[in-house]
Design a binder for this molecule. Structure first.
Ligand code: B1M
Length: 210
C-alpha cells in the first residue's frame, strides 16, 4: 500500500521520478484521485511553500518540487470527474506587458494551484486587454499581476484601468507582486493587495475572498 506521506515527502524532495512511481501505484491501488491530490501532493507543496518563505528552501529546490508535484498532477488529472476536488476560486495570472520574467510568476501560480485554486496562466508580456478578456471568459474572482522591471510596473495600473473600462473591476480582486513592487505602489494604483512572495500571495487571496 502506498503511504500518502511518502508521496508528500517525494514532492518536498523534488523527486519527480518517485512522485510518478508512487502516484501510479496509488492509482493502481484505486485510491481516490482527490485524496492523492488533497492529502499528498498539495500538503507536500504546502510544506515547500512554508520552507521557501522561511528561507529554508531556495528557488531551484522549489522549482524541482513544483515539477515533481506537476508530474503527479498530470497522472491524476485525467481521472478527475468534474468537480471532485473543490476549487477555491479561479485566478488569472500573468506577467504584465513588456515584461518577460516568469520564474517568480510561475512559482506563485504553482502555489495557487497547490492551495486549491483553478489557475489560468497567461504567460509573459500579457496586455491589459488580454487580462480583461481572460477574467471575463473564465469568470475569475482574482487577477494576479507580476512585474520585475521598474519600467513595466505601470502596466499594472493600465491593466486596472482596462478592467474598469470593461466593467470588471468590481467583480475581481487585483493582487500584484514582483521584486520592485510594494504595498505603497499597490495603494497608489488601486490594487486590492500586494504580496512579497508566493506563500504570502495565497494567504492574501484566501483572506481577500473570505
Ligand atoms: Co532580468 N532584470 N532583465 N532577466 N532579471 C532583473 C529583474 C534586474 C533586477 C537585474 C538587475 O539589473 N539587477 C533588472 C531590473 C532592473 C529594474 O527594472 N529595476 C533586470 C533587467 C534590467 C533585465 C533586462 C532589461 C536586461 C536586458 O536585456 N538589458 C531584460 C528585460 C527583458 C524583459 O522582461 N523585457 C531582462 C531579462 C532577463 C532574463 C530573460 C535573462 C531572465 C528572466 C528569465 C525568466 O524569468 N524566464 C532575467 C532574470 C533571471 C533576472 C533576475 C536575475 C532574477 C529574477 C528572478 O527570477 N528571481 C533579476 C535580478 C533579481 O531579481 N535578483 C533580474 C527569482 C524569483 C523567484 O523572484 O521574480 O522576484 P521574483 O518573484 C518572487 C517575488 O517577487 C514574488 O514571489 C516570487 C516568489 O517568491 N512575486 C509575486 C513575483 N510575482 C508575483 C506576483 C504576485 C505575488 C508575488 O501576485 C500576483
Amino acid at each position: 500500500m502506498v503511504k500518502l506521506e511518502d508521496l508528500s515527502n517525494a514532492v518536498i524532495a523534488g523527486n519527480d521520478q518517485k512522485v510518478k512511481e508512487l502516484t501510479t501505484k496509488a492509482i493502481e491501488e484505486k485510491l481516490a484521485p482527490g485524496a492523492i491530490i488533497n492529502d499528498a501532493l498539495i500538503p507536500g507543496m504546502n510544506v515547500v511553500g512554508k520552507r521557501f518563505k522561511n528561507n529554508e528552501m531556495f528557488v531551484p529546490e522549489v522549482l524541482m518540487s513544483a515539477r515533481a508535484m506537476n508530474a503527479g498532477m498530470e497522472l491524476v488529472k485525467p481521472l478527475l470527474l468534474g468537480g471532485e476536488v473543490a476549487s477555491k476560486g479561479t485566478l488569472v495570472i500573468g506577467t504584465v506587458k513588456g515584461d518577460l520574467h516568469d520564474i517568480g510568476k510561475n512559482l506563485v501560480a504553482m502555489m495557487f494551484e497547490s492551495a486549491g485554486y483553478q489557475v489560468i496562466d497567461m504567460g509573459v508580456d500579457t496586455t491589459p486587454e488580454d487580462f480583461a478578456a481572460a477574467v471575463k471568459r473564465h469568470h475569475a474572482q482574482v487577477v494576479g499581476l507580476s512585474a520585475l522591471l521598474t519600467t513595466t510596473m505601470l502596466a499594472m495600473k493600465d491593466t486596472i484601468e482596462v478592467l474598469k473600462e470593461e466593467g470588471l473591476r468590481d467583480k475581481v480582486k487585483v493582487v500584484i507582486g514582483g521584486a520592485p513592487i510594494s504595498q505603497d505602489f499597490a495603494d497608489e494604483i488601486g490594487a486590492d493587495g500586494f504580496a512579497p512572495d508566493a506563500a504570502s500571495a495565497t494567504e492574501l487571496v484566501d483572506h481577500l475572498l473570505s
